[in-house]
Design a protein around this ligand. Sequence first.
Ligand SMILES: [Zn+2]
Length: 398
Amino acid sequence: MMAWSMAMRRGPMAVTAFSMATLGTRSATAARASSSRTVPLWGRRTGPSLVEKTAGVGGITSLQSTAIATELEAKLDVTHPAYEVVAKDIVTEYGAYCTLYKHKKSGAELLSVSNDDDNKVFGITFRTPPSDSTGVPHILEHSVLCGSRKYKTKDPFVQLLQGSLQTFLNAFTYPDRTCYVVASQNIKDFYNLVNVYSDAVFHPRAVSDPMVHAQEGWHLELEDKESPLTYKGVVYNEMKGVYSSPDSLLNRESQRSIFPDNTYGVDSGGDPRVIPDLSFERFADFHAKFYHPANARIYFSGDDDVYKRLELMDEYLNEFDETPESRVQSKINWQSKKYEEPINVKEPYPAGADQPETHMINVNWLLNDKPLSAYEELTLNILDHLLTGTTQSILRRR
Ligand SMILES: [Zn+2]
């Protein structure tokens, strides 16, 4: 779903900002546009992006290149008794040989990409649409990396960050999905990372030990007998910071106002005023409902062995049976275009008494209420770029 927005800040600073938000998953701008709502666990790491690193086989002779291509092409045909092959394709521009599998017992889909890149990548994503602003997907994202059935340490994430050869290690909560991504150039390290993350998402300590929800979500604290009880918690504190930023509030309110009837109308990150409504039971239920293989998309890319990928994931997936509910429950309905005339929404934002009086204006259009074709989406992205994409863009200059 696409919303187009223009924001103008008036006041002494005279800052002008424009943005276009795409909430689909297909567009290349989705990651950029969603980033205002992305809630990274521990911040992004620097370094070359995964896309850049998988982009080519530069610097080798054409003979070598042909040999590599033949080898990669053979990887397309790898089969495993636990999986059926759904589709195969070659993305020539990326030197990517792709096979989409479906795990027969659990219903999980696994996209296996083979390329000539020693930076091996694993990702598992669940569709996690929230129905309220308690921040349950965000709190869960933090919590699953706090120990699991096989990895009992209380902070495996921090240990991997310090002790692993990983080239990427993080997790992200979007308005409609939660992604767990790891990468490494060392094969042993890579398999270890895949194991830790897979065990974490499917068997986290957090669903049986309420202390994790209390620590990462919210709890009450008493400094001393005389002091009042106060709310504390990792996500609670993080979101208090987010909600004190006027720009962040503007983005959140504009999205809420334009998608009032579906999951984009609530805050997956968590509204500090609502976070304490989340009980441990509802937190654990959310995991049971959405962290099922049938509701997951698993991704591998790199130069590692394809059969080993399938074998490794089967160890986790074969404990689950596909339930017809898992996927249906996470389906997101389109926001219908029901507006007869422009709607005016006013929201206050926090400011200190000594700060100048400022306000911000954000103009949004709900562009579509059914899927766009690739042609339409590309056209809108070009239009967005022409109007607002650079400092020289027509609308922005005005
Ligand atoms: Zn967070």
